[in-house]
Design a protein around this ligand. Sequence first.
Ligand SMILES: NC(=O)c1ccc[n+]([C@@H]2O[C@H](COP(=O)([O-])OP(=O)(O)OC[C@H]3O[C@@H](n4cnc5c(N)ncnc54)[C@H](OP(=O)(O)O)[C@@H]3O)[C@@H](O)[C@H]2O)c1
Length: 254
Amino acid sequence: MERIGFIGTGEIAAAMVAGLTGRGHQISVSERNGAMAAALAAQFSDVTIATNEQVVSDSDTVFLCLLADVAREVLPDLPFRDDQRVISVMVDVALAELRTLCAPVNEIAITIPLPSIAVGGSALPVYPDSMALRSLFGDTDMIIPCGSEDALNAHFAATALASPILDQMCEGARWLAALTGDQTASEQYVVTVFAGFLRSMIENPETSFEDLLDSLATEGGLNATLRTHMRDTGAVDALSEGLDALKPRLRLAD
Ligand SMILES: NC(=O)c1ccc[n+]([C@@H]2O[C@H](COP(=O)([O-])OP(=O)(O)OC[C@H]3O[C@@H](n4cnc5c(N)ncnc54)[C@H](OP(=O)(O)O)[C@@H]3O)[C@@H](O)[C@H]2O)c1
């Protein structure tokens, strides 16, 4: 049994709590956001609500799920101990700064959850590698240890692929529904097509994106025609440029 605390009870904390609940842990969440904390405590019998101070006092492992400015204001006053583990999910607070904010904690890691952690099967890049993270999520999610903080931050940038790609799928489903008259069936069709491609890569790790693209590259075919159109109109370059534009915020060299 682990005593696990969450400072900052927002969207990502709620997803992580949902992923951890029911496994014999004692989970405390901080009072803000009040509605989210109350909903988690009402839904899960192993979740209690506490002040920030109590969450830290009562936990072996503390997850930091705050926005950076709030973290800088709140963390220095909390009663961290040197026998605790801290795992931050915050994009904008570097490891060196965390060491100061959470002194005297020695074991500090940064990971990158996404909301799908609620149901398991998600990917968790982490730096430095964390036995605490592995013991809590290693059975349900894929832990990806990164070789450096820069490599971790590059994964933070890559998480931003999610909404533009979902947006394209959404637009494709909307286009289909305009012709079929059934939005739900169109979304299910698009998602099933992609789930099939993605499953084939996960089940066969030797399969690359290039392999899948090759299988869709029949000259003059519908896929090749639309892909060429997207490249010619700059949509693919725009994606790379957008990722590059995230580098300064993530302290990544150009
Ligand atoms: N959402 C994601 O998918 C995701 C993924 C990876 C990493 N992250 C990182 O996770 C962090 C949180 O993101 P989020 O999307 O979960 O944001 P969020 O929903 O806004 O959660 C932040 C929470 O902090 C609470 N808070 C504000 N002041 C506080 C204080 N003094 N003490 C304790 N809690 C306080 C807020 O409560 P109030 O609403 O009452 O102000 C809110 O519930 C960010 O640093 C982000 O980079 C998020």
